[in-house]
Design a binder for this molecule. Structure first.
Ligand SMILES: [Zn+2]
Length: 201
């Protein structure tokens, strides 16, 4: 029995079809667990991976003011610009065949606690797992919606360019006109500290 089959993973979502982009946190405790989960998803050596502290937290525009006591406030607009630049590169590298995006959040995320100024696991007990899950869902949903909009705008631009360009230029600059440009399907997950995974609805 493989390691992956020992873990509990959700299986009520459509499987990834072609190329996949994985967006995760940088947390060092879950790197191997993330790979195991992706192997379970039949994604062994078949995904592009980018990692930012807090995963969706700082990549979405859901929060514009940060209530947490941040010593040095990260320039989140740079993180978002990097993500968007990278999305364009992934589309180029995959020949516009990016079919799925995985947003993998995780529990006990230091970025959530530091940047939001919340304590899901107070020292005197009483972990607020429901609020933690709800906060991750809020930002994952926001990022999913913003990614959908980013792809829509990006593809609209390409279609306009296709109409303007000559046939020869089309080949050089944009994907084959016969391939319909479709935004990738976004899946959202929350991983626990033992590597277990639940789907964010
Ligand atoms: Zn984290």
């Amino acid at each position: 029995m493989s390691e992956a089959t020992l873990q509990k993973y959700p299986d009520d979502h459509p499987p990834p079809r072609k190329f996949v982009l994985v967006i995760s946190c940088v947390d060092y405790r879950l790197l191997d667990d993330l790979v195991r989960f992706l192997n379970h998803e039949n994604l062994t050596n078949r995904y592009y991976h980018i990692a930012f502290a807090g995963a969706s937290l700082c990549l979405s525009n859901a929060i514009t003011e940060w209530p947490g006591p941040i010593c040095v406030e990260p320039k989140f607009e740079h993180w978002r610009a990097t993500l968007h630049d990278h999305l364009g590169s992934v589309l180029t590298l995959t020949g516009y065949k990016l079919s799925d995006v995985y947003i993998v959040e995780h529990r006990d995320c230091g970025a959530y606690e530091k940047f939001l100024g919340v304590k899901y696991y107070p020292h005197d007990g009483g972990a607020d797992l429901s609020k933690e899950a709800a906060d991750h869902a809020t930002f994952a949903h926001a990022l999913r919606d913003e990614l959908k909009e980013w792809f829509r705008v990006h593809f609209d631009g390409i279609e306009k360019e296709q109409k303007k360009n000559t046939k020869k230029e089309k080949k050089a600059k944009v994907p084959c006109a016969d391939d319909p440009l479709k935004p990738p399907h976004t899946h959202m997950f929350l991983m626990g500290l033992r590597g277990e995974v639940e789907r964010i609805e």
